[in-house]
Design a protein around this ligand. Structure first.
Ligand SMILES: Cc1cc2nc3c(=O)[nH]c(=O)nc-3n(C[C@H](O)[C@H](O)[C@H](O)COP(=O)(O)O)c2cc1C
Length: 390
């Protein structure tokens, strides 16, 4: 069973990810993880922090001579900003620490601040936002990069692009080839495959900058070359769609998920949105007339590309703050402002890729097992042959 965990606070020493259950022999390098971390930092609309931090992963366990050895993998990403926070968030208390604290007393509507202080009983929201912050997703992306390295051994690739930012929207489907070409680029503006739409997206973000506001949007994650049979119809918690939904909606500020063309399908006749089934005798292969289902039927991958969309609410820290209440005085006050992103659709897409890759790698290992990559490959090849000769 593949499982992963993260630890770390936004302004603490570092972020940590552990990943347990990957077979031995998977090629993994820090450079490949760093590339994903760099992708997470991309996108017009990010706050000042992305300029301070160039994230780098250190692999401290589970990988030797550039390959996994079957033991838990541990990854560390240092927070460069920690140097400025050593006295604000010390591990051990010291005399005079009270004056060094940076309390957050005016909870931001939409953030974890108020619910968090009520739940944990802290006098201010500092400790809550330190962990609620999407800085945590740095560790998810690092773990996801390792999951991607595993999936790539079987030809499976997971990428994303921006579908909508504010009111600017790509009004057509993007092909896998377009999404793959977009993600080859070193420089990314907002991550849309269509440059005219991307310009409109940038106008939306500029408007938010001008007015001290923020924006959400929609990103799409595609998984290409996924074999049929991952996940299962037999139990609610084995269904691949449900598992992907939890993984993607767990990303900070993601409030919804669409699998395939779910929204359009809900307003359509069945005859228009079910994917017709065909058979090509020569490659002896089933083929679908379309992929409205987004590659999943009955909670199982069906061999088509898996396509899902994450719906991101606007960032809740506004330069033009909303009404709130001071936690100390209970008087009306404007919400706190700390350096913040304005729009993170591109980054959320990259995080969505990581979460999808982790779920797919988990389902893949449930189906094919293996303590070594060779063993997994044997099981995988055997199943692919079984499907071919069905
Ligand atoms: C990549 C990324 C970056 C984010 N950056 C910020 C930010 O700078 N400021 C902020 O208030 N929220 C930011 N968020 C959103 C908050 O983390 C999120 O709204 C908060 O934790 C509350 O969780 P919820 O929105 O899921 O309910 C970011 C989210 C993502 C995915």
């Amino acid at each position: 069973m593949l499982r992963f965990e993260t630890a770390g606070e936004s302004h603490g020493e570092c972020l940590i990810a552990t990943l347990t259950g990957l077979p031995a022999g998977v090629p993994v390098t820090a450079a490949a993880i760093d590339r994903e971390l760099r992708r997470r930092q991309q996108g017009y609309g990010r706050g000042g922090r992305m300029k301070i931090e160039t994230d780098r992963a250190e692999i401290v366990a589970g990988v030797r001579h550039s390959r996994t050895i079957g033991s838990p993998i541990a990854l560390v990403i240092r927070n460069r900003d920690w140097a400025n926070w050593t006295e604000t968030l010390p591990v051990e208390d010291f005399e005079g620490s009270e004056e060094k604290k940076k309390p957050v007393l005016r909870p931001r509507p939409g953030h974890a601040d108020l619910a968090g202080v009520l739940k944990y009983g802290f006098p201010d929201a500092r400790y809550i936002l330190e962990r609620a912050s999407a800085r945590e997703t740095t560790a998810r992306v690092a773990a996801g990069a390792v999951a991607k390295a595993f999936l790539e051994q079987f030809g499976v690739r997971v990428l994303s692009h921006a579908v909508a930012i504010g009111a600017a929207r790509l009004e057509r489907r993007a092909s896998w080839e377009e999404v793959a070409a977009l993600n080859e680029r070193e420089e990314i503006l907002l991550g849309c495959v269509d440059s005219a739409t991307e310009r409109k997206m940038k106008d939306e973000v500029d408007e938010a900058y001008r007015t001290g506001d923020t924006l959400g949007g929609v990103f799409e994650v595609m998984a290409h070359n996924v074999p049929p049979g991952l996940g299962s119809h037999i139990a609610w918690d084995q269904r691949l769609d449900g598992r992907l939904a939890q993984a993607v909606v767990s990303i900070q500020a993601v409030k919804g998920i669409e699998i395939g063309d779910a929204i359009e399908a809900a307003a359509s006749f069945g005859s228009r949105v079910q994917d017709t089934i065909h058979y090509d005798a020569e490659p002896r292969r089933f083929r679908r007339g379309s992929n409205h289902a987004g590659g999943i039927e009955g909670g199982m991958s069906n061999g088509e590309d898996i396509v899902l969309r994450g719906l991101l609410k606007p960032i809740s820290t506004l330069r033009r703050p909303l009404e709130s209440v001071d936690l100390a005085t209970r008087e009306p006050a404007l919400a706190a402002y700390e350096r913040s992103d304005v729009c993170v659709v591109r980054a959320a897409g990259v995080i969505g890729e990581a979460m999808a890759a982790l779920v797919l790698a988990q389902a893949f290992l449930e189906k094919f097992g293996g303590d070594s990559l060779g063993e997994t490959r044997r099981n995988f090849d055997g199943f692919i042959e079984q499907v071919r000769s069905f």
